[in-house]
Design a protein around this ligand. Structure first.
Ligand code: SAM
Length: 235
């Protein structure tokens, strides 16, 4: 099946509206991703069927479980642009910031914006450094997929979220242990207990779990720590 057909039948299953413009944008993004993959090592997924489902529909599902419209949103550890670029392509009112610590990936993320004619801030930085700078508590929502275990990831992401906003972590269906392990970190960083939302990625048997962690208190100034300390002694 063509990428366009998979997206047009899968998005309604997720309850996500997808314009013709968005479908064309995702096609252009896919072509660029495949062209640059060898050089930048952006994804292990090859072929349009798998990319349409395991990257695009997976990320579009986020729109069905959290309201991102008109919000200032960051994607921490965006890599090749997931979930941030598909979310921005499908929901143009999102003001997106894509963050990654690998410069060549950030250069690719910028190239996507130029090629598709879309605005995004693409920042080459470590999230924990941004969390101690101007970007601290400046986003309505922070998204992340496949970056770190939840206890570590929470320290990278929650300091960037405004009190009243939320952090949405894309995790696997069997993430109960990971959630338990992160309870203390989330509490210390000002987050509420995770709300679990799930969807099946259309055309697959994969259940995606999104953990929505609302920020109910400001993060204490001592967090985030430097990466060495976060890794050595997770909260
Ligand atoms: N989110 C993308 C996805 O789901 O396809 C990429 C996942 S990739 C496995 C993890 C990415 O996180 C890498 O591109 C890496 O450079 C980035 N990363 C890891 N730690 C980070 C940090 N502390 N701050 C910013 N980016 C980080």
């Amino acid at each position: 099946m063509r990428l366009e057909d998979i997206l047009k039948s899968g998005a309604p299953e997720l309850g996500v509206p997808l314009s013709e413009n968005a479908v064309a944008g995702l096609r252009a993004y896919y072509e660029l991703l495949m062209r640059r993959n060898a050089e930048f090592n952006l994804t292990a997924i090859k072929g349009e069927e798998d990319a349409a489902r395991l990257h695009f529909l997976d990320c579009l599902g986020l729109i069905s479980v959290c309201d991102l419209r008109n919000k200032r949103v960051a994607d921490v550890g965006a890599g090749g642009g997931f979930p941030g670029w598909p979310v921005r392509i499908a929901e143009p009112s999102v003001d997106i910031t894509l963050i990654d610590s690998t410069e060549k990936k950030v250069n690719f993320l910028r190239e996507v914006g130029e090629e598709l004619g879309l605005e995004a801030s693409c920042i080459h930085a470590r999230a924990e450094e941004l969390g101690q700078g101007e970007a601290r508590e400046s986003f309505d929502a922070v998204l992340s997929r496949a970056v770190a275990r939840l206890n570590i990831l929470s320290e990278l992401c929650l300091p960037l979220v405004k009190p009243g906003g939320f952090f949405a972590a894309m995790k696997a269906e069997d993430s109960d242990l990971e959630i338990k392990e992160a309870e203390n970190a989330i509490k210390l960083l000002g987050g509420a207990e995770p709300e679990i939302r799930e969807y099946r990625i259309p055309g697959t048997e994969i259940i995606r779990r999104v953990l929505i962690i609302r920020k109910i208190k400001p993060t204490p100034l001592k967090y985030p720590r430097r990466y060495g300390a976060i890794k050595k002694a997770p909260l």
